[in-house]
Design a protein around this ligand. Structure first.
Ligand code: ADP
Length: 174
């Protein structure tokens, strides 16, 4: 059975196979978790991101993801996914769900066994935290039986509000 855990803390410190970055479509770093990951990983990560071809949709459109090395981080890979900017339209949920699904599939294709997600879109992109957490948990639970190579999934919360929400959605086993 897949180990699923909620963590309160800084995703850049984790020693897992892959951490998931809530990137923007330019993959150029920025604020929030994206900035923290790029600062901790160093220039190598930035240079690798810049090698993805740019297009009118950016280097990575919303809902999709790309995988890179991890520079100075403790993990093996960073999976950069671009969440939707919250608009209140039904397409938001689909795009956010696609982020989690595509990251799990990409991790599996690279033979990665453990993956840590940041709370995609719940910072600057403004997604309501409870709605976003439900989509994250539901999507992971739906996809995980199809990606049996992944044995551990971590939901990494940086703020108490997300942590409380995820703890309620994923209570520890009794
Ligand atoms: P987005 O633009 O997708 O909303 P943000 O980086 O603004 O991305 O926020 C996404 C989530 O990442 C927020 O819940 C924020 O609290 C969280 N976050 C910020 N820094 C870190 C970090 N170092 N580790 C884990 N999560 C973080």
């Amino acid at each position: 059975m897949t180990h699923t855990e909620v963590i309160l803390g800084d995703i850049t410190k984790l020693k897992v196979d892959a951490i998931v970055n809530a990137a923007n479509s330019g993959l150029a770093g920025g604020g929030g978790v994206d900035g923290a990951i790029h600062r901790a990983a160093g220039k190598e990560l930035y240079d690798e991101c810049m090698r993805f071809p740019d297009s009118p949709m950016g280097r990575c459109p919303a809902g999709e993801c790309v995988i890179t090395g991890a520079g100075r981080l403790h993990c093996k890979n960073v999976i950069h996914t671009v969440g939707p900017i919250y608009s209140g339209k039904p397409s938001d949920a689909l795009l956010l769900s696609n982020c989690y699904r595509n990251c799990l599939i990409t991790a599996t294709k690279s033979g990665l066994k453990s993956i840590a997600f940041s709370c995609i879109s719940t910072g600057v992109y403004g997604y309501p935290k409870l709605e976003a957490a439900r989509i994250a948990v539901d999507t992971v639970q739906e996809v995980i039986p199809r990606v049996p190579i992944i044995n551990s999934v971590f939901f990494v919360c940086f703020d108490d509000e997300n942590y409380t929400i995820y703890k309620k959605l994923l209570p520890p086993p009794v």
